[in-house]
Design a binder for this molecule. Structure first.
Ligand code: FRU
Length: 485
């Protein structure tokens, strides 16, 4: 693993030319994705500013240009007309002011009166490296440039640590009020969410209070990337829990969670109907964000980072890492969040493949299962050995995923076997494979399992235990990989 100095990680990008060689070299990688958003160079983490405006979906990602390392973060911009094909648009936000001198950290977007606004964390650090997170805003100009507001909307609050970030903007029509949710950590090191409000988007922001979540006053060490989304008749609170281990999740201290309940904006209380749930049961899913206030859509759209903080992936050697998940449609059914791959994804199907034991490098696999014990091996070698084992136990209704058989193992210290508990029996699996990822939708989105995977040239076989119906397609590429900085 390469050691990076602080100077190297926080180097400011002066010209695209500085990245050209890096870009050319990573184009050679066999792990570049073809229908998932990935970093143009270097490292990608959280999705940011995900919003629909004037016929276009805008999406940004946290980007560190120089390699597979967290350092100076930019917002890199991609756009789409259908959430399936994505085009690189270049840098959206760059750290070029006092307030964001050490990075533009995560945030969200909103479309109001024909204008597109973005809210982000300006990560300021003094010379002695003391951090001050500012909540900042920018508006997208007609020429595609993001114009930053000259001053932050508000500064961090006392009685909380330096961890106050990731503004999520919400408009409540019933109260004619804008709200910003901020992920935070209290001085006694508890995860919290701070709420600010204003009648106007551009000014007048005041602190409204801390989000109250009865029963969760002392839950985990930091709540990053909060989202409060109204879906159907319910409110869904999504957040990324940091510095905390949870049962059944190995040694990992990062978890993307959600709760379903009701949000009362008068008392700033979110009452969960039941406990917390994992948004995704895979090894690599975090910092998910919903598209805000999308008109004409009953379902919210969610996209996440396929990765976890402090983890390392094999493409690190190639100086890049990370990608975003497929966008998912969210709906609430019987107290559960159902997540399905974005509508229209079928148009990526190029051709149906023989179900002959070979996996496509980029494609889809649809399996109907008789509700009994089931075993599927993905990414096995040509002899059917090794790979990733998916085992369903009909008695316990638990599906386990074991990746110890893969040649390229990574993040082993966090655990390599995870379990997905199902409510009813396993009936179907819809699996999306790209060159370095796998996303498994169980029972039409009852549960999802997302992970990076780096199969060798040999590891493109599958073995299945039941004589069951399998349909396989390979996919057209849908994400351009152009050098646009
Ligand atoms: C989550 C996160 C955010 C922060 C960003 C920095 O992965 O830590 O809280 O804004 O990443 O890149």
């Amino acid at each position: 693993m390469r050691e990076w100095t602080r100077e190297e990680r926080y180097r400011v990008l002066q010209s695209p030319d500085e990245l050209k060689d890096l870009y050319e070299s990573i184009q050679e990688s066999v792990y570049r994705q073809t229908y998932h958003v990935q970093p143009v160079t270097g490292l990608l983490n959280d999705p940011n500013g995900f919003i629909y405006h004037d016929g276009v979906w805008h999406l940004f990602y946290q980007w560190c240009p120089w390699g597979a390392v967290h350092g100076l973060k930019y917002w890199y911009h991609v756009t789409s007309s259908d959430l399936i094909s994505w085009e690189n648009q270049g840098v959206g936000l760059r750290p070029d002011t006092f307030y964001d001198n050490r990075g533009n950290h995560s945030g969200s977007g909103i479309s109001v009166d024909g204008k597109l606004y973005f809210f982000y964390t300006g990560n300021h650090r003094d010379e002695d490296w003391t951090r001050t997170p500012y909540t900042c805003a920018a508006v997208l100009e007609k020429d595609g440039v993001l114009r930053k507001f000259p001053k932050p909307l508000f500064t961090p609050r006392k009685r909380y640590t330096e961890h106050q970030r990731d503004p999520k903007i919400v408009y409540r029509k019933d109260r004619s009020m804008y709200y910003i949710f901020i992920g935070a950590q209290s001085d006694d090191l508890r995860g919290k969410v701070l709420i600010y409000q204003s009648k106007k988007l551009e000014e007048g922001w005041v602190f409204a209070g801390e989000l109250k979540v009865p029963g969760y006053e002392a839950f985990g060490g930091m709540w990053e990337c909060p989202c409060m989304e109204h879906i159907g008749e319910k409110d869904v609170f999504i957040f990324s829990l940091q510095y905390t281990k949870l049962p059944g999740r190995g040694e990992s201290t990062n978890h993307n969670l959600y709760m379903i309940g009701n949000m009362d904006y008068e008392t700033l209380t979110f009452v969960p109907e039941s406990g917390y749930h994992h948004l995704d049961y895979g090894f690599d899913f975090y910092a998910a964000q919903t598209a805000a206030n999308v008109k004409g859509r009953e379902k919210a759209i969610l996209i996440g980072w396929m990765g976890l903080p402090d983890n390392h992936y094999p493409t690190e050697e190639e100086d890049w890492e990370g990608s975003l998940s497929l966008p998912r449609e969210l709906r609430v059914e019987d107290g559960h969040l159902i997540q399905t791959p974005v509508e229209g994804i079928e148009k990526l199907r190029r051709q149906k493949l023989e179900a002959d034991g070979m996996l496509p490098k980029a494609g889809e696999m649809l399996i109907s299962v008789q509700e009994e014990d089931f075993h599927l091996k993905l990414f096995a070698g040509s002899n059917g050995e090794g790979g990733m084992d998916i085992c369903y136990n009909a008695k316990t209704k638990i599906c386990s995923v074991d990746r110890t058989g893969l040649t390229k193992r990574f993040n082993q210290h966090l655990g390599e076997i995870l379990e997905v508990p199902l409510v009813s029996g396993l009936k179907s699996l819809r699996i999306f494979i790209d060159h370095s990822s796998v996303e498994i939708f169980l029972n039409d989105g009852e549960k999802v399992f997302t992970s990076h995977v780096y199969p060798t040239e040999e590891e493109h076989h599958y073995v299945i235990s039941q004589n069951t119906s399998i349909t396989l397609w390979d996919f057209y590429p849908s994400v351009t990989d152009d050098f646009v900085i």
